[in-house]
Design a binder for this molecule. Structure first.
Ligand code: UTP
Length: 304
């Protein structure tokens, strides 16, 4: 069994990149194919051995709590109509993990949101998963990160190799050494200017495994980029104590908080869906031909 049982999911952000959809609906509840984005993240955590999850929310995020709670009225209705497949699905959501919710109060930054979990976490290592980042790797990356944390005692972050113009939208990692897809981190800087980026290694997807000492580092962190308490600054402060390791991700990753990448997630996940995949592939082939995309066909609009 994994030595990391608990995970924290910070979901108190405003989701301004996805307006107007997110005016009244939390971005974590926007569906990707047949389930809300956050359900993918919970399923990933559970696949990596997580049993107990705290979601950091905001006043507008009540649907998140409802989604992971029982809905007796719906269950009774599905049962009375003999819709057993639907009934099993809605019941399963409520029993995936032990779920807890707390509110951040004010969106003072990701570091501040994670800091809210101190009492919940207690004195054990824990995982943090940002619900914008959708992975479809059945917990493979998070499992490697948990193993790395167990063997090193370090702060463990996830990293990818990105073009220079993209990497500066993340924390940028300067490596001491790289072995077996694990970077020993020399320094880390949140969203540097292009000329200050020291490598192509960026702090994304948003997955972390922390020792409990991260909470003291968060408490000591003053507002940084954007006037927010940045988790990257607290992580950078841990380099001198526990050390920081970055585990490289090679799998697909979607930023579901961003419109275009949400569309990519929807299309690719639909193509791989057991039930919908074959029908969707046919539909997409027709659409591609109709709109003359790539070499597949001529746009029907050009005929006139
Ligand atoms: P983002 O930078 O994506 O911010 O936060 P956001 O507000 O959610 O979205 P945009 O940029 O306005 O579209 C990264 C993660 O940190 C959480 C967010 O919910 C998201 O999961 N977060 C951020 C908090 O929980 N609290 C904060 O104060 C800030």
């Amino acid at each position: 069994m994994s030595h990391v049982r608990k995970a924290v999911i910070p979901a108190a952000g405003l989701g301004t990149r996805f307006l107007p959809a997110t005016k009244a609906i939390p971005k974590e509840m926007l569906p990707i194919v047949d389930r809300p984005a956050i359900q993918y993240v919970i399923e990933e955590a559970v696949s990596a051995g997580i049993e107990d999850i705290l979601v950091i929310t905001a006043p507008s995020k009540k649907p998140l709590e409802d989604h992971f709670d029982r809905n007796f009225e719906l269950e009774a209705l599905l049962e009375s109509r003999g819709k057993t497949a639907g009934l099993d699905q809605v019941k399963a959501i409520a029993s995936m993990a032990k779920m807890h919710f707390t509110r951040q109060g004010q969106p003072l930054g990701l570091g501040h949101a994670i800091g809210m979990a101190r009492c919940y976490v207690g004195d054990e290592p824990f995982a943090v998963l940002l619900p914008d980042d959708i992975l479809t790797d059945n917990g493979e990356l998070l499992s490697r990160m948990i193993s790395t944390q167990a063997s090193t005692g370090s702060v463990v972050v996830a990293a990818g190799h990105y073009p220079l113009e993209d990497v500066i939208s993340y924390g940028v990692i300067d490596p001491i050494s790289i072995a077996d897809d694990v970077i020993d981190v020399a320094s880390i800087v949140e969203k540097p200017a292009l000329e200050d980026a020291t490598s192509n290694y960026g702090l994304a997807p948003g997955r972390y495994v922390f020792p409990p000492s991260i909470f003291d580092a968060i408490d000591a962190t003053t507002p940084g980029v954007g006037g927010e308490i940045q988790i990257t600054d607290a992580i950078a402060a841990m380099i001198a104590s526990t050390g920081v390791r970055a585990v490289l991700n090679h799998n697909n990753r979607y930023d579901a908080g961003q419109k275009l990448d949400w569309l990519r997630a929807t299309v690719e996940i639909a193509l791989g869906h057991d039930e919908l995949g074959p029908g969707f592939r046919e539909l997409l082939t027709d659409i591609v031909a109709k709109h003359g995309i790539g070499a597949a066909g001529t746009p029907s609009t050009e005929i006139a």
